[in-house]
Design a protein. Sequence first.
Lengths: 246, 192
Amino acid sequence: MAGSAGDTYELDELLGAYALDAVDADDRRRVEDYLEVSPRAAAEVQAHREVATMLAFTGMDAPDDLWGRIAGEIGEQAPPPGPELAKVMSLDDHSRRRAISKVVPWIVSAAAAAVIAFVAIGLADRADAPNEPLANAVEVARADRDSLTTVLVADGTEGSAEAIIDQDGHGYVLARDLPTLQEDETYQLWGVVNDGQVISLGIFGPNPEIETFTVEGEVSALAITIEQSPGVISDGNPDGAFVGTF
Amino acid sequence: MRREYTDASDAALVVSIGRYQQAALAEAYRRHAGATFGLAKRLLNDHARAEEIVQEVFVRLWNEPNRYDPERGTLRSFLLAHTHGRSVDLIRADAARRNREEKEARQQAVGGYDISHEVWDLALAGHVREAMETLQPGEREAIELAYFGGLTYKEAAERLGEPEGTVKSRIRSGLKRLRGELVQAGVSVGSD
């Protein structure tokens, strides 16, 4: 169990190795005790595991007869599954390097306008907030006075989203109140960072709830746009965008 | 296969698995078995053992679907974490370690590699490769030894001749950097 600040620091440093199963039994027990009391640490471990998921992809198919053995073990024979589906994601063959867009003036302009509309909404009393590690991590981030919080709203469109970025650059978007989109559409998060660059921070799908992202450096504004799935690399759609400033 | 499952979210699939809908498990297998098998095969360098791991992972999902919590991550991440953990258990039991040092076995040609695979493979692999290139060499080595080598960070430190604390920190900082790079590249990390 974490006690002193030094213990906490040491345990935090173990989170990456723990997420990759790269700790021995003693360290594993210490980290798991720590995760019980630290939703932030639990969220970090999950984030590391999602990254590991990306590293793990090999494009390989499972052997043809393996499903039959599984089906045989669990009971009645099921129809054989087909090939693996492609994952919905942003594609751009030309994006050889990170997909930082050029400055998108409309977001910057909208962010400036949104200052007027900015309202601090306390969501701590949200009755239906699930008592899960991610929700807890959101609460921890929200309660930290060093975190940045904003509400993203759109002119003439109902719904809003709350965004929180903690001091380590871990971000959370509570997007339950955004309108549900068509299946072929997706919400996409953008950030105005450092020198005014607008970068894509994530693609949330048509019906987001609590979404996470990370960002380095200073963030002056966030925007959520509505794009055709699977999203775009740059130049987001300004129509109906939800914008919030810090 | 029941048609409705092909469009179902992973979370919905797991709910149906909890109701003993075998077709839902088949759909989960269709989506994720390739990735789980590929990871186990890469870690163990043993086709038969990799199959055993995949079978165990999906049977466990069938028997204990409530262990998956969609609020905590994607189903793929959940299945791969289990796959990785079980594979590492085998490696550390020294059942597969001897073979891992040998030259990679001849790749078995596997059928069904369709265009959707190629799109995913090329796009994601490109993003991941670029993200890996942004890591410091020490971070990359530490992550590779820990994740694909099945070593503890202490073992990785010994292998690299670096202090344990340094390797531990590099794994964490490298994963954070990778995530940031992937997100900036527009890759959705951690959502269905």
